[in-house]
Structures are given as C-alpha cells and as structure tokens.
Ligand binder design. Sequence first.
Ligand code: A3P
Length: 296
Amino acid sequence: MAQEAQRIPVAMGHIEGVPLLGSTCDAWDSIYNFQARGDDILITGFPKSGTTWMQEIVDLILQEGDAQKGRRAPTYIKVPCIELIPPKPRPIGVELAQTMKSPRVLKTHLPINLLPPSFWEKNVKAVYVARNAKDCMVSYYYFHKMNKMLPPPRNLENFFSAFLSGDVPWGSWFDHVIGWWKAMDKHQILFIFYEDMIEDPMREIRKVMKFLGKDLSDEVLENIKYHTSFQAMKENPMTNFSTVPNAVLEQTISPFIRKGTVGDWRNHFTVAQNIIFDEEYKKKMEGSGLNFRTEL
Ligand code: A3P
C-alpha cells in the first residue's frame, strides 16, 4: 500500500472517445501515420489477453525454434508495441519499429478503428489474441497495481466498474474483441483464444505457424512450446520483464508473468459482481457470434 501511495499521477487522454495514455495521445499523429510494410506481422489483443506469450511464439516460429536467438533481446524490444511511449531510455514503439529489418513483428493493443491505416493498405497479417473478459479484468487489475505507467486502481470494486464501462486504458474490452472479430471478413486476421492456448498449446502454435506460411517439424514445435511455457517465460529474463526497472514495473507487488490460468476470476469476483458482470456481458455480446470459455 505504501509503495502504491507514492505513485505519481498518470495523465490519460482520449482518441475518438477511447481512453489512452496521455503520452500516446500526445504522439498520436506519428502513431496513426506509422508506415507498415507488407511482410510485417502484427500481434494484437486487448491488454492482458496473452499478447506477450504470442509475441514469443511468433518470434520463435520465425527463428525456427532457436531459443538462443529468441534470447537476443527482451520481448518488448524484439516486438515493439507501436503506440507505447515507454520511459527513457527505452525507445518509443514507432521509432524502434522504423529501425527494424524486415520481416518485423509488431504489437498493438489499439482497437481496430484506431489502427494505423497502412496496416490494411499493406494487407498485413494480424494474430489477434482474445481472452475471456473476467480473467482479463483480474489480470488487468493486478497490472494496474504494479505498472507505474498506468493509473493506480483504488480497489478491485472500483476497477470492476471502470472495466465494465470501458473506462480503462485502451477502452472497452467488448468493443475491442467485437471490432477485431468482425474485421476478419475483410482482413488477414487469425483469431486465437487464450483459453485454447492453455488447453492445447501445440494445436494453437501449429495454427499460428500455418497462418504465417511456415512448415516446422513436430520436434521444433515441441521446442517452441517448451520455451514459451508459463514456467519458461517466468524464468527467462528476456520474457519476464525483469529488465524493466522497479520504478516502472514493481514486480514485488505482482509479477508480470503472474498466474497464467483460466478461471482466476473465481478467486476475486463476489457472487453479486458475477451477476452484474454476466448481465452486462449478455447485453453487450449478444449476436456477436463470439463465445468465450471462463473455465476449462
Ligand atoms: P495473468 O495476469 O492472468 O497471469 P499480456 O501479455 O497481453 O499483457 O497478457 C498477460 C497475461 O498473460 C498474464 O496473465 C500473464 O501471466 C499471461 N501469460 C504470459 N505468458 C504466459 C504463458 N507463457 N502461458 C500462460 N500465460 C501467460
């Protein structure tokens, strides 16, 4: 509590009604005008959906399972988030991306309506990671507690209401998943569910491999599965964010690679909150054609 009380307030802003970090809003022109390349691969998803996990999977597919090459740099450098303006000396997303050789793997949490248009002009392939809203919310709550670039949450109850109304950085989980889901008609988007990755990582890694037009042996895929397992990523300094100073990510409050399960919401939601959540969920998701599992 004492550590959280010392936090400096974080400026927030809005782009087209979507709450984003103030630093992202200030740099919005350069972000929105970012120039994608035809052979870029974009990893996307609402925050806390398992995007870091997917970043490592895609990188290791491109490295043909060579874990040594996978360790060449931290995940957030190998696969920069284009709208992120991290504290110095970390380079800002769009600038880092411009210096990278092709094929680049890039990441974004932007809702589809805010994606820089050049991604679709260049027909870029995107892997969307979707995670059930309840677990995503709990994970995001812990992330707000430990990440000093985000506004500190007052308590879980307060964060619960903010998440449901879309008043959290990157906006509404509902608009995000529905927007990207519908865009599959028009664009090259592979939709992957976090719960499916937990259930059968090999099956999901194989789907990603095929989508990227690669053909790797079972042995290589097993190796990728091993090196991207929860435990391996938790122990690997290149994937566990231990390279980011405590002043930014306070991992003693909550580790970045935290729990990695389906159904952690059960340890946090009250019965009343669960009823409210389910009612709101039904209203917002009805007719979307999207089905999430909240337990396995
Ligand atoms: P939890 O907080 O529920 O543990 P993102 O990378 O999009 O921010 O998502 C972070 C979430 O993915 C965290 O969820 C994190 O622990 C989980 N995660 C990261 N790597 C994982 C892995 N290899 N296997 C399972 N979950 C993983």
